[in-house]
Structures are given as C-alpha cells and as structure tokens.
Design a binder for this molecule. Structure first.
Ligand code: UDP
Length: 344
C-alpha cells in the first residue's frame, strides 16, 4: 500500500517520523510545530485530558489514546516506524503532586515505563524526555548546572527523576539513546500565533497575570514577598516555549552521533514575580491587579539554569530569551483567544 510518509517515500525525501506524546499540550504542541516546520512527519499520542484537539496542527496525525493502554501503544508502534519518541505527556503540577503524591508517581512513572518498553520492543531506540528543574529541589548553587546534586522537593520532580533513571536502565540494557531536557519555566507562545498556553485550571504566573490585566480574572495573588531575593518575590528562569522546541530538534540531531545526554534549559537569567508583572505592564500598557498572599508550598526562592552545556554541545541559543518577548507572545495569543482553544 502506498501512503505518504511510507518508509520508501521518507527515505527519498530524507524525512523523519516522530511519535510525540502530549503533542496536544503546551510544550508538546510547540515541538510538533517545529518538527512539521522542518518537514518531518509527526504522530501525536494524547488522551486530550489536558491537551487540546485544536492544538494539534493539521499536518500531524492525532491518535487519541491513553498511555496506560498497552495494546494501543503496541498498535501505534506496529502501525508506524518512528525515528524517535518525544515524551511530553505527564502530570506536571507541583502543588497537585504534594496533595496526590502516589497518583503522580504511579502515573508519570508507570506511563513512561510502558512507553519506553513499547519503544524498545519496536526497535525505536531514540527518546527525548520532557524533564524538569524540579529535580533539583532547593538547589545547592545558582545557576544550576547538570552536575548539581538532584534532590526533588516534591513528588512531581521525583517522578521525573524516576523516569530519567528508567531511561538510564533502558540505555545500559537495551542500547536506547535518550536526552533528558530539564525545563525551567516554560512560557511564551508561538510567535506566529499558531499555538498558545491554555491549561485548565491555569496555575502559571504569566497567563494568570495577563488575564488579570485583561480583566478576565480577579487580581493575581503573589505567593509570598518575604523570600531572600532583592524584592522578596521568587525568582524563576522563564524560557520561551519556541526556544524549548528548538532544543528538542537539536538534541534529536545530536543523538544520531552521540550518546545519551541531560541538559538544563533556561535563559540563564532570573526574573522575580514582581519583575514579570512589570514586564506585562511595560508590554501591554495595562496594570496587573495583584495582592500579596502567603507562600506556596514547595516553592524554592530561586531557580535559574546554567545552560552552557546545551549551548556548547548543540549550538542552541535562545531567540526569544528577553522577558518582554516572552510576555508579548503570550499576551498576543491570549488576547486573540479569550477562551483559549475553546474546548473547555
Ligand atoms: N506565582 C504567583 N502567583 C500565582 C502563580 C505563580 O506568585 O498565581 C509564582 C510562583 O510562586 C513562582 C512563579 O510565580 O514563584 C512561577 O510559578 P509557576 O506556577 O508559573 O511555575 P513553577 O515555578 O511552579 O513551575
């Protein structure tokens, strides 16, 4: 049977085909766009529990299924031959993980282990994991490099560390090559406006503050202003989601010729909560209504990445590192999409 994207056609065109779990979610959908933009073929596996059908671009194939469904996973790997798996699908809220720790560990580890197993069985030996700065807990030093000791301060971070460990076993026993990308604070939206950030419930600072400025939400609560930082509010390293997507393309290329790797990804510059609110006011000309509330459990004072290893080994450099660019692209998407993807 001839179908576009068949192995023969792909060989002629030098295309690659990727399985992207969670490709209907925030970071996943931006990675799908980046892959399609460079001419690759993408199959998205997403149960749409958090992702959005409309976030999957027309050029990608969507398989709506749960990662817990072993038979479905086997069918997907039997149906297509993938050059690599990009694994975004996960529960990812620190606060929620503090309330339901076993649920987080079981879901994130169980689903990932099943996925790794299915990939190995199908002979797909390249894997990119969406990991997190939450591995580092209260970090020993700032900025945080890859040699900083890991000590997750919450079950979400712990679950990702466990998945990294599972990948290391798959590497040593099955020869799987993987990249673990520890994102710092993913933010921003596709600069061309094709995708954006739409969580339900929304818990992230930038979209919440923008919606408060747009009058769509009540005033933002700043979680604590008594941290040991210059203005007392938490400092984070906000990295543009399109730059994150670009990092995925670069590590996929690197995995062809090099072994497994772990990278911390951020701009290397921290911004306090108050500085983010300042950026929103600068970019939009509107005030962000807010009040100061208590600290949020599990929040370290400062998380800033050292991404020199990623830069040196893959040539990655953020194109949208400036906090104003991050805010501007989010503002544009949310202003244009008052109901987000409109499916909730
Ligand atoms: N934050 C806040 N109010 C909110 C949401 C977040 O003050 O309503 C703070 C939070 O304490 C943290 C920063 O904003 O210091 C970024 O939080 P977010 O939830 O966006 O990302 P996280 O750091 O949890 O990955």
């Amino acid at each position: 049977m001839f179908r576009p994207g068949s192995d023969a056609v792909r060989q002629g065109l030098d295309m690659a085909r990727y399985l992207v779990t969670g490709g209907a979610g925030f970071v996943g959908s931006h990675a799908v766009l980046a892959l399609l933009d460079r001419g690759d073929e993408v199959v998205v596996l997403d149960d749409l529990s958090q992702g959005h059908r409309a976030a999957v671009p027309a050029g990608a194939t969507l398989v709506q299924a749960q990662l817990s469904d072993r038979a479905e996973l086997a069918r997907v790997f039997a149906n297509w031959r993938f050059d690599a798996v990009l694994h975004f699908a996960a529960l990812s809220l620190v606060g929620e993980s503090m309330k339901s720790p076993m649920h987080y560990l079981a879901e994130n580890l169980g689903n990932s282990v099943r996925l790794i197993e299915a990939a190995v069985e199908a002979g797909c030996l390249r894997f990119v994991l969406s990991s997190t700065a939450a591995l580092f807990g209260k970090p020993e030093r700032i900025p945080i490099d890859e040699d900083c000791p890991v000590a997750p301060g919450n079950p979400y971070g712990e679950s990702k560390l466990m998945v990294e460990t599972a990948l290391a076993w798959a590497e040593s026993i099955h020869g799987l090559r993987y990249a673990a990308l520890r994102y710092f604070n993913a933010a921003g939206s596709d600069p061309a406006g094709r995708a954006g950030e739409d969580h339900n419930p929304e818990t992230h600072l930038v979209p919440l503050a923008i919606d408060a400025a747009l009058g769509r939400r009540p005033a933002l609560t700043v979680f604590g202003d008594d941290y040991p930082t210059p203005d007392g509010t938490c400092i984070r390293d906000y990295v543009h989601v399109t730059d994150l997507a670009d990092a995925h393309l670069r590590v996929l290329t690197r995995l062809e010729t090099h072994g497994s790797c772990r990278y911390n990804i951020g701009n290397g510059e921290g911004h306090s909560v108050k500085q983010v609110l300042g950026a929103i006011e600068r970019v939009s000309g509107r005030a962000v209504p807010h009040s100061i509330g208590p600290r949020r459990a599990g929040d370290p004072a400062v998380l800033v990445a050292a991404s020199e290893r990623l830069r040196r080994e893959t040539g990655w450099a953020p194109r949208f590192g400036d906090i104003d660019k991050i805010v501007r692209t989010t503002w544009a998407w949310r202003e244009a999409h008052p109901k987000g993807y409109g499916d909730r």
